[in-house]
Design a protein around this ligand. Sequence first.
Ligand code: NDP
Length: 285
Amino acid sequence: MAEKNYRAELVGVFGDPVDGNPTGVVEEAGFAAAGLNWRYLTCRVPVEKLADAMKGMRAMDMKGINLTMPHKVAVLEYLDELSEAARIIGAVNTVAVRDGRLIGENTDGKGFVRSLKDADIPLEGKVVAILGAGGAAKAIGVECALEGAKKLHIINRNVARGEELAETIRKHTAAEAEFHPWQGTAEIPADADILINATCVGLHPDVDKFPDVRYDQIRPGMPVCDVVFNPAMPVFLQKAEAQGAKVLTGLGMLVNQAALNFEIWTGVKAPREVMMEALKREFED
Ligand code: NDP
């Protein structure tokens, strides 16, 4: 009998809570379609167990790991190297192992930028308005700036967080950045080419909620995007679509981020259509 190899390569995610994280289904659909004997482990790792978990991943010879809440910043101290975006953002959602070294990357913003490219929406020289200044907003803002956006408008309730993001973009990229405090109904900056909801407003179970903005200022054909992916079509996008906007759901960002992780870990081109179909099936009733 020919010698067989039953050993699977391992990747996964550390987070807490993590039970509702659909990334494993998406990655495993990709592995199966590409004929790779890889497994994606969805692991609940409480905040005080991250050090043990990082040792564990090395001991088990895992090829990489995703980090989600509450580990994206805390993981930095266990890493040997950071990508440019991860260094500027100061947070890592993907770790790859290369020759025993742990390399941190942030694919949240890159996944978003790829979803814009898929929709033929150029960033070069464009003005982007972002609602929110949390982790997702930071990743998207920095990546849009690195990809050639001319200016970022950051609209946020918490002044310190919003100003800090604008300052990070000004300091580390060639783009301009302006902060707008969000009080009451937010105005959409008149020069904005693209509008992004990077807050968690509208996320399940609060599916009836939507960001308080001047929807009447959305222009027909304007690209309007949401990071919320559950539900796939939040009220924010429904209201934008009613104004004639070209809407992009958070599913594109999620699947592209998963595809980038896949490619970083395996070195194989990700079967993105298969991965998107797997993700959509997760959101069918
Ligand atoms: P954070 O907690 O880091 O940031 C939340 C942001 O939302 C803050 O800017 C906060 O403002 C703002 N916010 C919350 N409530 C309101 C409100 N009622 N009105 C206005 N602003 C509000 O969260 P993350 O950035 O990590 O995640 C945000 C969303 O992005 C989540 O829904 C998450 O699921 C989604 N996400 C999607 C991804 C994808 O691939 N599609 C990837 C990563 C995240 P303030 O600072 O004033 O409190």
